[in-house]
Design a protein around this ligand. Structure first.
Ligand code: ARG
Length: 275
């Protein structure tokens, strides 16, 4: 594919400002409750990410942050939407359970068909959608958070084939820390985050994927948001920026150092609403 084909598509996103952000529990290896988070800095960095996305012409809705829900800034985990249907989240850890309710409230305005989940799943943390791969394909991660039963449930609710991928490295506990959609049919991923069988499946489905390495993944370089042309990623992920540039995309680096303390970066903070 030539570089001129890397065309952006206007997106609708949902974000939640880190007003109540703290690291007061540790549910992934990145979280250290002994380190104090700089909320003012987290907010400034979040606003820059918000401005970057709106500056690219995308619509960004803002979810009202709630006290007592410090991880609410990771809006990607609250639901997963495809073609106007929202498959709700059901969090693995009780500390985050109430976030699902806030997302559900946002979606109950008539624009969406909301589906209540029976199985544990963490929204776009573990689900990715590629509308032009194989006629519309969902990739789904399991191993740490999302229950594999939720993959089958998502397939029924959303009416798209779901490919289950097993994550094996606790540092990359959500699919969106190990794999990202670069556009409607191309992905980038870090193979070693997946089981050998899942690696074979990814290689079969996406022979032209941009392959990331451990340094890219540790810099949260795979936790990116792309509109098909502009790839917004964590400032630390310079190696990953070079790789996406070489593949014909335009990397835009944003510093999200504070959000990394909670174990997330760009993609975690941005849910895509697909109408
Ligand atoms: N502290 C949050 C958790 O462990 C971080 C979530 C990151 N979000 C994401 N989409 N990967 O649940």
């Amino acid at each position: 594919m030539s570089q001129t084909e890397r065309l952006p598509r206007n997106r609708t996103y949902l974000m939640c400002p880190p007003e109540h952000f703290t690291v007061e529990y540790a549910i992934n290896p990145w979280m250290d409750t002994a380190v104090t988070v700089d909320v003012a800095l987290a907010l400034r960095q979040w606003r820059l990410l918000h401005e970057t996305l709106t500056g690219l012409g995308h619509a960004v809705h803002v979810l009202t942050p709630e006290p007592g829900l410090p991880d609410m800034v990771y809006a990607a985990n609250g639901a997963f939407s495809v073609d106007g249907t929202v498959y709700g989240a059901r969090f693995r850890h009780p500390q985050r359970a109430a976030e699902a309710v806030a997302h559900q409230g946002f979606c109950r305005d008539g624009r969406w068909v909301f589906a209540d989940p029976q199985h544990v799943n963490e929204g776009e943390g573990d689900f990715a959608y590629l509308p032009r791969a194989y006629g519309g394909l969902i990739l789904a991660g399991h191993g740490f958070r999302t229950d594999p039963a939720a993959h089958a449930e998502a397939q029924e609710v959303l009416g798209r084939p779901v490919v289950s991928l097993r994550l094996i490295d606790p540092a990359f506990y959500h699919l969106d820390t190990a794999l990202a959609a670069l556009d409607d049919r191309h992905v980038t991923y870090y193979p070693e985050a997946f089981s050998p069988a899942s690696r074979r499946i990814l290689a079969q489905l996406f022979p032209d994927a941009v392959i990331a390495d451990r340094a890219d993944a540790e810099a949260f370089g795979l936790n990116l948001v792309s509109d098909g042309r502009h790839v917004v990623l964590n400032a630390e992920a310079v190696g990953m920026a070079d790789k996406v540039r070489a593949a014909g995309y335009l990397p835009i680096l944003v510093d999200l150092s504070e959000l990394k303390r909670g174990g997330g970066s760009v993609k975690c903070a941005v849910a895509e609403l697909r109408t």
